[in-house]
Design a protein around this ligand. Sequence first.
Ligand SMILES: CC(=O)[C@@H](O)[C@H](O)COP(=O)(O)O
Ligand SMILES: NCC(=O)COP(=O)(O)O
Length: 250
Amino acid sequence: MVHPRTALSVNLNKVALVRNTRHLGIPSVTRAATLCLQAGAAGITVHPRPDERHIRAHDVHDLAAVLKAWPGREYNIEGNPFHNLMDFVRAVRPHQATFVPDSEGQFTSDHGWRFPDDAERLRPLIAECQALGVRVSLFMDAEAEQMAAAKAVGADRVELYTEPYAAAFGTPGQTEQLRRFAQASQAALDAGLAVNAGHDLNRDNLTPFLRTVPGVSEVSIGHALIADALELGYEATVVAYQRCIADAFA
Ligand SMILES: CC(=O)[C@@H](O)[C@H](O)COP(=O)(O)O
Ligand SMILES: NCC(=O)COP(=O)(O)O
């Protein structure tokens, strides 16, 4: 079942990471995508980093072919538009491009864009994506005062970087983080942006997040979901995450 309120996009970076440790082609990234889509995932996300530590260029094209067989499901490609992302956008025209301000060797994504600093250099690349029919989401820290500027630069959506919430989950800081994210999401919605969210979301912290943070259109989840799939399998794991989403709106 694809839940109508908040779409689940499965990030397959970590399947590729394991695959790359041998020259055997397993675990298959395309098979993971197919099994997750068959289980009801609304889409697939990849972050083809320049060093190809996990998702490689051929994966991006292989997955585009898989998604073509799934009308209504979305392909989201993340990356830094000043590095290699735009070449992938031009070549495969995904449904969504998520601009992430990562440096080339960065351990993982850990911050969003800053306005007004980044505005003028982002504007033409956002416009180019949209001219190609690709929706643009900007990876942003949960700062309400930054949302109007994200809209002004032309973005369709923001993706709230959820690691600070995930790190506070289960501690006294959880309430304050949820308030911060709810405020940032409402500010984005008020500015005319749609809201995505991602990074370190899992089966424990997802439902409370969606119950409290208004109007989340899509969550992209990879690390914890793939870890769960090692134990439960892709189908049961996607169903479990869809249940977490459904529980938030029950
Ligand atoms: C942008 C973001 O928060 C994640 O989607 C990112 O893809 C994580 O990258 P790694 O899987 O390389 O840690
Ligand atoms: N944009 C977040 C994403 O795609 C996956 O992040 P994570 O669940 O691997 O932390």
